[in-house]
Structures are given as structure tokens and as C-alpha cells.
Design a protein around this ligand. Structure first.
Ligand code: ADP
Length: 280
């Protein structure tokens, strides 16, 4: 360890989980996807990367997760390193493509794959697989070949494989996009539990209805790979002009309460509580 590393190590306790500066990325065919983006994610935060299709969310998530290297800019993890490979066990990235995570003969082996690389005590990998499978209602699917699963089942299995490594930071690209309503609730409840345990969670989505359920802070991307705004979930989701300018539809209840309340509810449940109290 150099002197510089030692000095850094002393100061990392309160460092952001992820600190990205000046990120730029264009695909080999020349398509610019991320164009000068700064993002800081504090440890324990729940952050949404929100933007319309093609805004660069998936690309940004892959840059933040160290799956691709930026053309320009830096990503620093835990205040310690810019080398994602050295923090792989602390960082789980779930891309849009579940098949990236499901390549073993059975779902059980896919879920066990990460933990078996982690040098755990005997039986711990299996215990984690059973725990996560039960939590995500995957028990019945564990002995199946992953390619036999439906799209929504594959997405939950891929999420489970990201969870069995028990990461400090989870980066999830549209994690409930093709998951049915009942399983969506299960997944969202699990996100709440992870946040309560202090896991840092970054979710990319074009869905303004999902954002209040998964994030306290929003990084809003415009249609051209740049940050249009960052702010609390409430501040961003109630700025209907800003959202419309970014080709996004504000949440339904925000539109419903627009002009009726200064601080509109963000979710149907919050709206119902408000109406039950006879007070909009
Ligand atoms: P989002 O996740 O917000 O929908 P993406 O990060 O997938 O946005 O895409 C950002 C831009 O990069 C889009 O213009 C998209 O068409 C382009 N893009 C994505 N993947 C590729 C690729 N493999 N090759 C070329 N262009 C791509």
C-alpha cells in the first residue's frame, strides 16, 4: 500500500458508495449514450436513475457498475478505488438481460454461483440460496433449468443471484419491468428490507409510478445522455413541467392532485390516506 492509499483508507468511512465524475460514453458505432454525467450515491441511499427510453440509463448503470469503461471520466467506489474488480463482492449489478446471470444447468446453481466464489464457511452459500429463494418465491423453480423459466421468473431469478452475494451496493436496471403484480409487490417489499438493512440501491427506470416506491432521490436524465436535474423524489416528481420536458409523464396521482394541493401525494396509497383524512 502506498502512502497515498494509506491516507485514503483513513478517510473512507463516510465516503460515498459511488462517486462518478464527468462520465462520457459513446458506443463503437458512434452513438453517444452518456454525455458528461456526475453522480454521487451516498452509502445507504436509495437512488433512481429516471429518464425516457434511450436516455442513457442502462449505459450509465453499466458505467457505475464497472461493466464498461467510460471514454472519459472516473467512477470511485467507497472512497477507496476506481477499480470495480477489486470491489466485486460488495457490488451487484443487474443488467436488462437476465440471461447474463443464468448460465448454469439449474436455477439453484445460478443462485449459488456468486457466494461460492466468496470463500464462505461451509453451508453458508446453500443457506443464502434457500433464504433468498424463499423471500422471492422461487423455491419451486430451484431445480429447473433457467431457460425453461418465463421472462418475469428469469428476472426474479437474476435478481436473486445478485442478492445471494449480499452486496453493499445493488445496481438494478428496470428490475420489475416484466414482473407480474403480485411478484412486483414481493420484490418491492424486499427492496424496503434491503434499504432498512443499509444496502445502497440504485434503480434505473422510465416509470415515474415506480420511483416513489424505490427511491428517496432521483437523478433525472434528459433524452440525450445528460442530467436534467437531481433532487428528492418529491421535488422531481412534482415538477410536472420538468418531467414533461424530459418526455416523461408525471405520476397519475400527482396529475390528479395538480392545482388541488401544494404537496400532492406521490402514490395511490398516500392519496388514499390523504382522502381518508378528509384533507387533500
Ligand atoms: P436507456 O436505458 O435510457 O433506454 P440506453 O443506455 O440503453 O438508454 O441507450 C442510450 C443510447 O445508446 C440510445 O440512443 C441507444 O439507442 C444507444 N445504444 C444502446 N446500446 C447500444 C449499442 N450496443 N450500440 C449502439 N448504440 C446503443
Amino acid at each position: 500500500m502506498s502512502d497515498g492509499d494509506a491516507a485514503d483508507a483513513v478517510n473512507t468511512a463516510d465516503a460515498p458508495a459511488i462517486e462518478a465524475n464527468g462520465l462520457r460514453y459513446a458506443y463503437p458505432d458512434g452513438t453517444p449514450a452518456v454525455d458528461g454525467v456526475d453522480v454521487t450515491v451516498e452509502s445507504g441511499e436509495r437512488v433512481a436513475l429516471l429518464g425516457p427510453n434511450g436516455a442513457g440509463k442502462s449505459t450509465l448503470l453499466q458505467l457505475l457498475g464497472g461493466l464498461i469503461d467510460p471514454d472519459e471520466g472516473t467512477v470511485r467506489y467507497f472512497g477507496e478505488t476506481e477499480d470495480a474488480d477489486t470491489v466485486r463482492g460488495r457490488l451487484s449489478v443487474l443488467t436488462q438481460n437476465p440471461a447474463d446471470y443464468l448460465f448454469n444447468p439449474t436455477v439453484r446453481e445460478d443462485l449459488a454461483y456468486g457466494p461460492t466464489q466468496q470463500n464462505l464457511r461451509d453451508g453458508e452459500a446453500e443457506a443464502r440460496v434457500d433464504r433468498v429463494a424463499e423471500r422471492l418465491d422461487l423455491d419451486e423453480l430451484l431445480s429447473k433449468p433457467p431457460f425453461r423459466l418465463s421472462g418475469g421468473q428469469q428476472r426474479r431469478a437474476a435478481l436473486a443471484s445478485a442478492l445471494t452475494v449480499e452486496p453493499d451496493v445493488l445496481l438494478l436496471d428496470e428490475p420489475v419491468s416484466d414482473v407480474d403484480a403480485a411478484n412486483r409487490e414481493t420484490v418491492l417489499d424486499l427492496f424496503d428490507e434491503l434499504a432498512a438493512d443499509g444496502t445502497t440501491v440504485v434503480v434505473s427506470t422510465p416509470d415515474t409510478e415506480l420511483v416513489p416506491q424505490v427511491a428517496d432521490r432521483v437523478v433525472l436524465l434528459d433524452g440525450s445522455g445528460r442530467v436534467a436535474a437531481t433532487g428528492s423524489t418529491r421535488a422531481v416528481l412534482t415538477d410536472t413541467t420538468l418531467l414533461t420536458d424530459c418526455d416523461l409523464r408525471p405520476p397519475q396521482v400527482v396529475r390528479l392532485f395538480d392545482g388541488l394541493a401544494d404537496d400532492p401525494p406521490l402514490t395511490v396509497d398516500a392519496a388514499r390516506d390523504r382522502l381518508d383524512g378528509d384533507d387533500i
